[in-house]
Design a protein around this ligand. Structure first.
Ligand code: AMP
Length: 193
């Protein structure tokens, strides 16, 4: 089993790259944002909590997202591995993921940081807002999402650096160049493993 996590600011392209990498290596692309949007679309009892968090740029509770991720991991337990996109976003979630993967006999193998600056993040998210019309991509939520990233998600870099799992890729490159670099990284990892 191989498990890869993308860690990046909103707008860095982690959704795009996570999907490409998952297709390339036949892994399951687990996007927490997508899981939450599906949960809302299905009229779940958590819909209002999720919508409120998304529209204000805040996170849903660690308990809720962890239980939804656990459900998805169980549904897809026969996959070769997972590409995590958007989860974990807090230290508590990172610890939860370690436990969930351990129960499945695996662990997180690689943490890929797609590196873009705060200024580039804001530029890209506002551009995405025009194109995709995602309700939570706007000038009001972007400040909150940037702060949430800095305060709650960035500490994960130290958490995983202490485990020697981090590889940083320059997120300013074109999509195919990043995809090629990632493919090389994962191929090397698999050849060593
Ligand atoms: P994303 O599509 O990954 O940018 O996620 C959109 C929104 O869903 C975020 O702004 C949060 O409100 C919520 N969300 C996604 N992933 C998580 C997570 N791991 N923990 C808590 N909230 C999350």
């Amino acid at each position: 089993m191989i498990n890869i996590l993308f860690l990046a600011r909103p707008g860095a392209g982690k959704g795009t790259q996570a999907q490409l990498l998952a297709e390339k290596f036949n892994l399951f692309h687990l996007s927490s944002g997508a899981i939450l949007r599906q949960e809302v679309a299905s009229g779940s009892k958590f819909s209002s909590e999720i919508k409120e968090a998304q529209l204000s740029g805040q996170l849903v509770s660690d308990e809720l997202i962890t239980s939804l991720v656990e459900k998805k991991l169980n549904q897809k337990r026969n996959t070769l591995g997972f590409v995590f996109d958007g989860f974990p976003r807090t230290l508590r979630q990172a610890e939860n993921l370690d436990k969930l993967l351990e129960k499945m006999g695996g662990n997180l193998n690689l943490v890929i940081i797609l590196d873009i600056s705060r200024e580039e993040m804001i530029k890209r998210v506002l551009k995405r807002a025009e194109i995709e019309k995602r309700q939570d991509d706007n000038e009001i939520t972007i400040g909150a999402r940037a702060a949430v990233y800095d305060e709650q998600t960035r500490p994960l870099i130290d958490y995983y650096a202490a485990q020697n799992k981090i590889l940083t890729v320059n997120g300013l490159q074109e999509i195919p160049a990043i995809a090629a670099e990632l493919e090389e990284i994962v191929t090397k990892f698999l050849n060593k493993a």
